[in-house]
Each structure stands twice: as C-alpha cells, then as structure tokens.
Design a protein around this ligand. Structure first.
Ligand code: PA5
Length: 420
C-alpha cells in the first residue's frame, strides 16, 4: 500500500487542514458517481475477456516482433511509458518504441530508422480516433507495414485501442479488421493507463499486468471508503495552495522515474489547470537535478512545495569498492550500498529544503514492482480527482487543449476550419 507522510507544522494550520480533509473525503462518492469516474472501480470491474485478449496479443507480439511501436499522445501513451520505464525497461525481447506524441519529422524518422528491416507491430491508441499527431504517425507506419508484409500481413500486426463505437480509428479498424481494444467511455485519457490503453504495451514489454491490477485493487480498497492517504495528500495540496504555494515539484531519486514524472504532470496539470486556477506541476530527478535546480529550490522564490516519491525497499546491487589508497577521499563509504547513499541523499535533501522554507511531502511505495506501480497509479488518480474537486474544477475535462488544435487546423487549411 502507498504511504503518505508529511511534517508541516510550521506551514499548515491544523483547523484549515482538518476542514479540507473532511471536504476531500466526501468527494470519493462524487468521483464514483461521475460520468468519467469509471477508473474508480476499474480494478474490480474490468472486462476479463478483453484482459485475456490483451495477454494473448502481447504473447503474439513478443513472438513475432522485435519492436512494438506505440502510437499515441498525452493520456494515450504517458501512462504505459511511465510504468515500463519506472520498472527498468522491457523484460522480454520486444522493445517498445513511441511515435505520434509529437509532429517532429526527426522523432518519427528516428523510430523508422531504428526499426530498419526488423519485424515490428503497431499499437495505435486514440480515444477520439482523430488526434492529428497519432493519425499522421499511424499513416506513415502503416505504409511501412504494408511495404514489408503486404496488406493482409499488415492487418495482423496492427492493434487498435479506441472508442467502442465511433471515430475515424474505430471505423478504419472495423473496415480493415484490426484487432481492437476499447477505451471505455467513462474513463478519460489521463486516467486510462489501467485499461487496454496502457495494458497492451505493458504486457508486451514483459510485465505482469495481473500484479499491476492487484496493486491497484489493494490501493482502491485502502482509499475507497474515505479517501485514506489519498485524501490527506489532496487536502494538504489545497491548504498549501491557499497560502500561495502554487508550484508543486515532484521529486524522486531514480532516473528511471523521469517518465513517471511526465505522467503525473499531465494527470494533475490537465485535471486542475483551468478556470484560472491550479497548482503548476513540475518535476526533478535527483540527485542529478540538485546540480541544476537545487539552488532555486533551496533559495529561490518561496511559492513551491515538493512531493518526494520514494521506494521503501532496499536495492542491494552495488557497493563502493575497497581501495588500497584513499586518494578520492571515499574510504568512509567503502562497502556501503549505493542505494543507501542515494536514500541518504534523499533524506538530506528533504531536510535541507524544509529548512529552506519548502513544504515537503512524501509518498512512499513499498518496493519497485508491478504491484506497487498499480498502487501508486491508483493513489495519484484518486488524489488528483479529490484535489481537483476541492479546488472547485472539473477533474475530467480539458477544454484548453482544443485551442492550439483549432488554430493549427486553420493554418493547415483543414476543411471546416478555413481561416477568417
Ligand atoms: O488525457 C487526455 O484526455 C488527453 O491527453 C488525450 O489522451 C490526448 O489528447 C489524446 O487524445 P486521443 O486519445 O483522443 O487521441
């Protein structure tokens, strides 16, 4: 289970916190009833038939593809990339590549170059089925599939995850006969990693998606009655915001969590940043970024707070070696695990930043495993929904994302978007 800790006596007024916590706890029921609250009970109510098909498709991909190209943007790719990379990268022989998350010809060209003449399959993910970035990348990769395997062969290597009944991708998948998975109507993109949106890539990368769902279920059970620790985190964020702490920095000490930070930023940024409100989500990976952003965090403008994501279990893998001399001055660390030194750096950073006027929150996962990742994802989804309700915004829409699209379509001359 996910633990949440903080020691904010000097920053937080207890009665304000108690009131916010009571409010956040009440929003659990609201999230369950929301038309976009399908993620709340997903860990106990997912489609078992589809889940089995996802595992079969993943096994097929592992058997016939050196690469699986996951095409999608925003909520359609950040979650599974976060899980795969946080768990240390692909476990099987199929490597996951990502496309359609930008319009960069260089980025797509690099994916095509990496595939070269090797065997590959495509996992195209778009709830709307009409998003430009993945649609363009899909066209390009489909052409490569057809050139290599022919029309029929290509169809067998395309997996489409999209709306159950509508949209361009849905219609094409039906017409061509691609294997299809569904983005449920009641789950928005950034809450969808535990649906087929995330599960196919995670399974194809060789991870145990049963354990991932079990971890999410364990966390659901822990927070479903009154929000548990997720409500505490949500309440505290809002109390800090009321005192103008309007930037939250997610900090961790594992470089392989860099993409998890990106998933978290989308989840909170897109859920809360609207109606002129919100906490700006930023991130650092330490100790690397202590040598670039550390100065600002320690002594810059005092409007930020930090949330550390930590792994409780020790990772015994590498020790500081013995040396016959002490020219580098490291003898005092001889025989110590690197993980111990990393955890000590983490503790020191928290203490220093707190002393420097930065409220510090801690979210602790018991270990680094599929099960713990499932719990962590669920914890943040629940906290995000409760926090956004407490902020007074809709956690599940993203009206602002449309503005750039409209202008881009005008400039590109898309029919129906002629410039005025
Ligand atoms: O979280 C969201 O809803 C968005 O980030 C979407 O996932 C993203 O815009 C991609 O949309 P779609 O899946 O419809 O292509």
């Amino acid at each position: 289970m996910i633990d949440f800790k903080c020691n904010l006596g000097k920053f937080v007024d207890t009665s304000e916190y108690d009131a916010k916590l009571a409010e956040a706890r009440n929003y659990v029921a609201r999230a369950q009833q929301d038309a976009f609250g399908g993620w709340v009970n997903l860990p106990i109510r997912y489609d078992r038939e589809e889940f089995a098909r996802i595992k079969q498709a993943a096994a097929r991909i592992q058997a016939d593809s050196k690469y699986l190209v996951c095409i999608g943007i925003g909520g359609s790719y950040l979650g599974h990339r976060a899980v795969i990379e946080a768990l240390g990268g692909e476990r099987g022989k199929t490597k996951i590549l990502y496309a359609g998350n930008s319009l960069s010809a260089r980025a797509l060209g690099a994916v095509l170059a990496e595939i070269g003449e090797d065997d590959f399959s495509v996992n195209v993910i778009s709830k709307s089925g009409t998003t430009t970035e993945p649609a363009v990348a899909f066209r390009v990769l489909k052409q490569k599939l057809i050139a290599k395997y022919g029309e029929e062969g290509a169809v067998k290597r395309i997996y489409a995850t999209t709306d159950a009944v509508k949209g361009a991708l849905h219609d094409e998948a039906q017409a061509k006969g691609y294997e299809c998975f569904v983005v449920p109507d009641n789950i928005g993109g950034r809450y969808s990693v535990l649906t087929a949106v995330g599960l196919l890539a995670i399974a194809a990368a060789g991870f145990d998606i049963d354990a991932l769902m079990d971890g999410a279920e364990e966390e659901r059970a822990a927070v479903i009655s009154d929000g548990g620790k997720a409500a505490e985190y949500a309440a505290l964020r809002n109390v800090l915001l009321a005192q103008d702490y309007n930037i939250e920095i997610m900090a961790n000490f594992e470089p392989q969590f860099a993409q998890f930070n990106e998933w978290w930023k989308q989840l909170f940024g897109e859920s809360e940043g609207k109606d002129g409100r919100g906490i700006y989500p930023a991130s650092v990976v330490n100790s690397t970024d202590l040598h670039s952003m550390g100065q600002y965090i320690q002594e810059g403008r005092r409007n930020l707070f930090e949330t550390f994501v930590e792994i409780a279990a020790d990772y015994a893998a590498l020790q500081v070696p013995q040396s016959h001399d002490d020219l580098d001055g490291l003898s005092y660390l001889e025989g110590k695990e690197l993980d111990y030194i990393n955890k000590t750096a983490n503790a020191a950073t928290r203490e220093a930043h707190l002393a420097g006027g930065v409220p510090v929150l801690e979210i602790v996962m018991p270990e680094l495993s599929e099960r713990a990742m499932g719990g962590l994802i669920y914890f943040f989804e629940m906290s995000c929904a409760l926090s956004a309700y407490a902020l007074g915004v809709n956690p599940f829409d993203q009206p602002g994302v449309e503005a750039y699209k409209r202008r881009m379509f005008e400039l590109l001359g898309k029919p129906g978007y002629e410039q005025v």
